[in-house]
Design a protein around this ligand. Structure first.
Ligand code: GLU
Length: 291
């Protein structure tokens, strides 16, 4: 029998807060209950925002909390060649295209359309979808711009990808913290439009790296916050395109701040380091997050 595998996958672009503590401790609790494995993965592909100091802070906070994970830890920035290989395959299969519009051009394009009384679709996070005008660019023009060093991002052609799959997708979602039952959720990657899968100088994005790594590391259970619930639609599509196995998912509740809002990385007193310095114990943290 294969062992169930859980993972906690923070990004070292800020300090850990109570929301991270809940996620990490819940993963540990579920892995232990199942006699399974717990991996820690450092998601540091954003080389401008992720720092070694934040990474050191993550290790300090998690050790203090009493989390135990397998070693070695996969650090995504050390594996760009893995993501590049997958990206090359998507390029060859014409499932991604170079998108050249700058943020300003996207804004102007959408404002223009809205001025003419046409609404513009937004993704589940409220961000306007990419206009996808570059899809019509002739190959010669694409190549000319790339050769001229024009900035671009590789975007998934979500319609081409969906027709390649040719069937509706879903995922199995656990219904509560005890993982006692599952239900099927319809995957709706189209709600996100043509998402970015890689940048000119970084051969991956969050979505691409996460599906590649979850498969490579044999993750069977993805337990993470509800804020990533709808993003799972994109990740299911990528798993299917790349012929990767699919984990089961549980998107847990978010720990909210005193103002009822989602915690961010620029919070004050809900940071784990700040709580520790103020004399809180790991048991206090468990109680604060309801575990
Ligand atoms: N690295 C992501 C974050 O810190 C989490 C990714 C995931 O759990 O799929 O928000």
């Amino acid at each position: 029998m294969t062992l169930l595998t859980f993972r906690f996958a923070p990004s070292p672009n800020g300090e850990l807060h109570l929301g991270h503590a809940y996620s990490a401790l819940l993963n540990q609790q579920l892995a232990r209950a199942a006699g399974g494995r717990l991996l820690l993965r450092i998601e540091n592909i954003d080389t401008t925002r992720c720092t070694p100091e934040f990474e050191a802070g993550i290790f300090r906070d998690l050790e203090w909390l009493g989390l135990e994970w397998e070693r070695p830890v996969r650090r995504q920035a050390g594996h760009f060649a893995d993501y590049q290989a997958v990206l090359d395959r998507l390029i060859r299969e014409e499932l991604v295209y170079p998108a050249f519009m700058s943020r300003g051009e996207i804004r102007a394009f959408i404002a223009d359309s809205e001025k003419r009384g046409r609404g513009w679709p937004r993704d589940p996070d409220g961000v306007p979808l990419y206009p996808a005008a570059d899809k019509a660019l002739p190959i010669s023009e694409r190549n000319r711009r790339i050769a001229d060093n024009a900035p671009f991002a590789w975007r998934l052609d979500v319609e081409a990808a969906r027709s390649r799959i040719g069937t509706d997708l879903s995922w199995r979602e656990f219904t509560d913290e005890t993982l006692s039952a599952t239900r099927h959720v319809e995957a709706r990657p189209q709600d996100w439009g043509d998402v970015i899968l890689a940048r000119r100088d970084i051969p991956t994005s969050y979505h691409l790296a996460v599906v590649v790594d979850d498969a490579l590391q044999g993750v069977s259970h993805v337990v993470r916050g509800r804020d990533l619930y709808s993003a799972t639609g994109i990740q299911r599509l990528l798993q299917e395109l790349l012929g990767l196995g699919q984990p089961d998912y549980f998107h847990h509740r978010l720990v909210l701040g005193p103002d009822g809002r989602k915690l961010s990385k620029s919070f004050g007193d809900t940071g784990l380091a700040a709580l520790r310095q103020a004399g809180a114990s790991p048991e206090d943290v468990r109680r604060l997050v309801g575990l």
